[in-house]
Ligand binder design. Structure first.
Ligand SMILES: *Cc1c(COP(=O)(O)O)cnc(C)c1O
Length: 223
């Protein structure tokens, strides 16, 4: 683990930008060490892995789910998850709402958009998302609350392209805020930026950067 790099990133963050330490595939000891150092927000992308870490680590950790979420796995995170970044379909949002009802809580969620030039990244298009937001069924979901949007840029050295994609996500954020969430002060999060592109994401208005390998070192299994 690279505590100096962590401190450097923390020190460089403008006011209003929070760091999600992405601890996927890393042992609980690494999370505990960073917790000791003051970090409270951690991101995971496998539901069962998050559950087992949640059970043994301090209870005031804010767990953020950042990966593709299968509906049959929601139950492993619903009792405690602080923010789901990766709502990529209406069906998933409905299922999260059901589990939130069972746990008698409201689960904060971000809507994930497909902004990259790659087939493999999940997410809504603006059109699909607006269709959902306009549907009466959406209004019935009382146990989820939309706090903003999330996206991943293309994996490329072309910084211009990355910047355009983040800029596009910011435009989507503003459009949705204006059309659907102007009365909702919780709609304020723009989750974008990872180890290789977070400085650009911050310049383009990110409020939540999700950093894994810069802090914890390379992973054995990337997803
Ligand atoms: C793994 C992952 C990250 C962190 O990636 P790094 O390049 O290691 O910083 C951020 N966001 C998502 C959605 C991820 O899956």
């Amino acid at each position: 683990m690279n505590i100096e790099k962590y401190d450097e990133i923390r020190a460089s963050l403008p006011a209003g930008v929070r760091l999600v330490a992405v601890s996927k595939f890393k042992p609980a000891e690494d999370i505990a060490a960073l917790y000791q150092h003051g970090q409270r927000v951690f991101g995971e992308n496998h539901a069962q892995e998050m559950k087992s870490k949640h059970e043994i680590l301090p209870q005031d950790i804010e767990w953020h789910f950042i990966g593709h979420l299968q509906t049959n796995k929601i139950k492993y995170i619903a009792p405690y998850v602080a923010l789901i970044h990766s709502i990529d379909s209406f069906n998933l949002l409905k299922e999260v709402n059901k589990q939130a009802v069972k746990n008698n809580r409201v689960i904060p969620c971000l809507l994930q958009f497909h902004i990259a030039d790659e087939e493999t990244k999940f997410g809504f298009s603006l059109e699909e998302c607006e269709e959902m937001l306009q549907s009466p069924d959406f209004q019935e979901l009382k146990n989820v609350k939309i706090h903003g949007v999330m996206g991943m840029a293309t994996f490329t050295d072309d910084h211009g392209q990355v910047r355009r994609e983040f800029h596009h996500l910011h435009d989507i954020f503003e459009t949705l805020k204006f059309r659907y969430f102007s009365q909702n002060p919780d709609f304020k999060e723009l989750s974008m930026g990872m180890t290789d592109d977070y400085p650009i994401a911050i310049e383009e208005g990110s409020t939540l950067i999700r950093i894994g390998s810069a802090i914890f070192g390379p992973r054995n299994y990337q997803t």
